[in-house]
Design a protein around this ligand. Structure first.
Ligand SMILES: *Cc1c(COP(=O)(O)O)cnc(C)c1O
Length: 467
């Protein structure tokens, strides 16, 4: 059997080598899934193998299929990039192998989540008394927030949903903007509320909710305790970065007793920056919030936060107990705030990221990424390309030559050339019926020089298409 020290050092060394290579290697992985699959698809051995050999084989097989997503010029999705101390803390979390179910089973893990959770609420401008659950990401956080809404609204209507289920329960109406994130719809499906419960609210040109239309939709049906409703707002549209007018929308919702959930996967981080805090003005008026750690906070995957203004409601919706689970059923533990039972100790990496950055570092990260997005948009506009969105945060939408199917094909062709070129990676999207290129800047490593190199790569792709 391989020496454990040597084995762990080998793994950590390999991971650090990969990170160190991110500035130079092509952003797009040289090999695709099928290539790596054929390297990994060795026979399942009949008996044990040497751990060191197994790890060597894994490294060798996986290498060509590694994307430079943690690198400075990956602008697809909203990816982030793991900070050094946060990455090391996650390596420790794996090595220590704590099960963050509760403070009896994992005192250190629970303590880290407790402390980091309080810092998160402070930085995000949320009430200090809110409940926090450490989840896999914003999808899970939205599900927890909406489960809390379901519990609270139905209890007010005299219905115990945890006991009786939804059959025969008052129908909960769900209001959400037409440009909500698709994870909201999946949460509704998982919670048995169903996508038919959705009453869509119109949005403006940037995808932010139209509060006049919100008033209109709310008043089309009675909304009181017997006719419960929940409003899903968004801080940070994945295409434009637009943030809903949270203060106005929350104020309207409150008049109707409507629960407000804010999906703030990345946009909630605007609250940490003095220069951009105004974008999420009124965020504290909502009832529940979902946010990611692995996107803009630059914590390694997977890391998200489910906040609820009423911890008692959050735990009433989520907790469970069993006689063998020491400590459960007394004071709520970590597992009572999420839909997960046994899990990795996610708090170590969050604690480390926040210590590594400090309050100013988090603000600088948000501001720097947003400034880079602006720099990128300005350079592309100067070069004659069309920036379609108002660049308020870290998202830029770019058009290549007007509208229609010909322009759409051209856009997809440019994106594909950029990805093959390897300097940077940008993805495509369909926004308001048009194919566009999306740029999301959310990595602490990205510099102005990375933006300039990437702009050059975009212009190179456009030229090579025209030749
Ligand atoms: C990314 C994102 C989600 C989903 O988050 P995961 O971390 O992938 O679960 C939800 N809402 C918005 C606005 C997002 O950007």
């Amino acid at each position: 059997m391989a020496d454990l020290h040597a084995l762990f050092e080998r793994a950590a060394h390999e991971a650090a080598d990969f990170r160190a290579s991110l500035h130079e290697r092509p952003v797009q992985a040289p090999a695709g899934q099928s290539v790596v699959r054929s390297r990994l698809a060795v026979p399942l051995p009949e008996g044990p193998r040497d751990a060191g050999e197994v790890v060597e084989q894994l490294i060798d097989a996986a290498q060509p299929g590694l994307m430079s997503t943690p690198g400075p010029r990956y602008f697809g999705f909203v990816i982030g990039g793991a900070l050094p101390a946060a990455s090391a803390a996650d390596i420790l979390a794996v090595g220590w192998d704590q099960c963050a179910f509760n403070g009896h089973l994992a005192p250190a893990a629970a303590a880290a989540e407790d402390v980091a959770g309080a810092w998160l609420k402070d930085l995000l401008g949320l009430p200090a008394s809110a409940g926090v659950g450490f989840v896999t990401g914003a999808q899970a956080a939205n599900t927890v927030g909406l489960a809390a809404a379901r519990h609270h609204l139905l209890r007010q209507a005299g219905w115990d949903v945890e006991r009786r289920g939804l059959a025969g329960a008052p129908q909960i109406r769900v209001l959400a903007g037409a440009e909500r994130h698709a994870t909201i719809d999946r949460s509704l499906r998982l919670l048995g509320l169903g996508s038919d419960a959705l009453a869509e609210v119109a949005v403006d040109a940037q995808g932010a909710i139209d509060t006049d239309d919100l008033r209109r939709v709310l008043s089309t049906e009675p909304t009181d305790e017997a006719h419960p409703s929940v409003l899903c707002l968004q801080a940070g549209n994945v295409n434009t970065g637009a943030v809903d007018d949270l203060r106005t929308a929350c104020t309207i919702a409150r008049e109707h007793g409507t629960w407000v959930h804010v999906d703030g996967a990345f946009g909630l981080w605007a609250a940490a920056s003095a220069a951009r805090r105004h974008l999420v003005d009124g965020v504290e008026l909502a009832d529940s919030w979902g946010c990611d750690g692995h996107k803009w906070l630059n914590v390694p995957y997977d890391s998200g936060f489910a906040f609820c203004s009423r911890p008692d409601v959050q735990t009433a919706a989520m907790s469970y107990t069993a006689s063998y689970l020491t400590g459960s059923g007394t004071a709520p533990g970590a597992a009572d705030y999420t839909a997960e039972s046994s899990r990795r100790a996610r708090g170590f990496a969050v604690w480390a990221a926040l210590q590594e950055l400090g309050r100013q570092g988090v603000a600088d990260l948000v501001d720097r990424c947003s400034d880079h997005a602006r720099r990128c948009a300005d350079a592309l506009t100067t070069a004659g390309l069309e920036v379609v969105n108002d660049v308020v945060l870290n998202q830029v939408l770019v058009g290549f030559g007007g509208e229609g199917s010909e322009a759409d094909r051209r856009t997809d062709a440019v994106i594909s050339l950029i990805q093959q070129d390897g300097t940077c990676w940008m993805g495509g999207t369909t926004w308001r019926g048009r194919r566009l290129m999306r740029i999301a800047v959310s990595n602490h490593l990205t510099t102005a020089a990375d933006i300039d190199l990437s702009v050059e790569a975009v212009l190179r792709a456009v030229r090579s298409l025209d030749d």
